[in-house]
Design a protein around this ligand. Structure first.
Ligand SMILES: [Zn+2]
Length: 351
């Protein structure tokens, strides 16, 4: 009953997502199982493939629900009320999914895991620019999702002079302009993105009553991430007040930066060397399931390049040679980890 080696990724996607984000890592994991089987290798320690639920977080927030629940060993109570952007309740959709999987055995969340390895596309341009087929991920930058709601007063667009306006759109634009001007230009490891924006009531000839928008902020250092969040809150508050509006901020998601264990990234590096692939170490700009699994079991990731660094886009593409490189490094690292109970398997030339 040795804890299993877990390999895999996720299978959900973005509304305009590509074919490789998540799917590549899941298929690489199956490829490892097939290769072990092709060679007639029976491992003492089980190797299990995992495809975590809702990694992307674009229909239901937060992202990484599957790996988060797994690492906490339970489904957080707050998810009972989580609704999709299309109005569906998370709990209803989860129940429907489970009832479609009646052949599958239910497993306890957070069962003991020996180690977790995940292949994933880089989702950025750096490996392609350096001409390298493999990135060894040493850690993941922290991410916070905030929702800002600025409330003013809806009024006639033609008859309301400037001094009578409580215009939340004006407050949002002027505040965001300050933040865009200082956060990323001031520190090239900082990230600030507003990806969702809505105005109510949404009439062409009315000052909006409410403006609501998302803020995605990231940094590899948690102290810096705190400073960015504080700055966002302060500036938006100032600009809301300046325009006679009120600001409400909600923290939707908070993921601390992670560092993967050195012994595991060392195994990945040796695996890349054994498989004959040039590689580099890097910090992931995107969050991944491995970040959460790393809280309960040693975890690490292998990145492959993607064309033009493009992801969350239907044009996302990975060269077949790079997909193969990812799968081979995963295989070599997996067999190395399994050799702790099967020392002869690596030495007799069968792998
Ligand atoms: Zn992904």
């Amino acid at each position: 009953d040795l804890p299993p080696l877990l390999i895999g990724s996720h299978l959900d996607s973005q509304p305009s997502g590509g074919r490789f984000d998540g799917a590549l890592g899941t298929l690489c994991a199956f490829e490892v199982l097939e290769t072990l089987e092709d060679h007639g290798i029976e491992t003492e320690r089980t190797v299990e493939v995992v495809a975590f639920t809702n990694e992307e977080g674009c229909r239901f927030a937060p992202g990484c629900m599957g790996s988060m629940a797994f690492s906490q060993k339970s489904i957080p109570e707050a998810w009972q009320s989580v609704k999709a952007t299309d109005g569906a309740l998370f709990t209803d959709e989860l129940a429907a999914t489970l009832s479609d999987l009646q052949g599958a055995a239910m497993r306890p969340l957070g069962f003991p895991v020996f180690a977790y390895l995940e292949v994933h596309i880089e989702q950025g341009p750096s490996l392609e620019k350096q001409g390298l087929p493999i990135g060894i991920v040493t850690g993941i930058q922290g991410t916070r999702w905030l929702q800002a709601t600025i409330s003013g007063q809806t009024a006639h667009a033609g008859t309301t002079a400037l001094s009578y306006r409580k215009d939340p759109m004006h407050a949002a634009i002027s505040g965001l302009n300050v933040l865009y001007g200082e956060i990323m230009p001031g520190d090239d490891q900082s990230r600030l993105t507003v990806g969702r924006f809505s105005l109510e009531p949404g009439a062409i000839n009315a000052i909006p009553a409410t403006v609501r928008f998302s803020l995605d902020i990231r940094h590899p250092n948690s102290v810096q991430l705190d400073l960015i969040e504080a700055r966002v809150r302060k500036i938006l508050q100032e600009h809301a007040r300046l325009h006679g509006c009120d600001l409400a901020m909600e923290l939707l998601f908070d993921m601390a930066p992670a560092r993967f264990p050195d012994h595991l990234t060392g195994i990945l590096e040796n695996a890349a060397i054994r498989a004959g692939f040039a590689h580099t170490s890097m910090v992931s700009g995107a969050f991944h399931d491995a970040l959460f699994v790393n809280r309960i079991a040693p975890s690490a990731m292998i990145f492959t390049p993607c064309r033009d660094g493009l992801s969350h886009n239907e044009a996302e593409y990975v060269e077949p040679a790079h997909s193969i490189a990812g799968a081979q490094v995963l295989l070599h690292a997996s067999t190395k980890l399994l050799s702790e109970v099967l020392p002869d398997m690596l030495t007799d030339g069968r792998i």
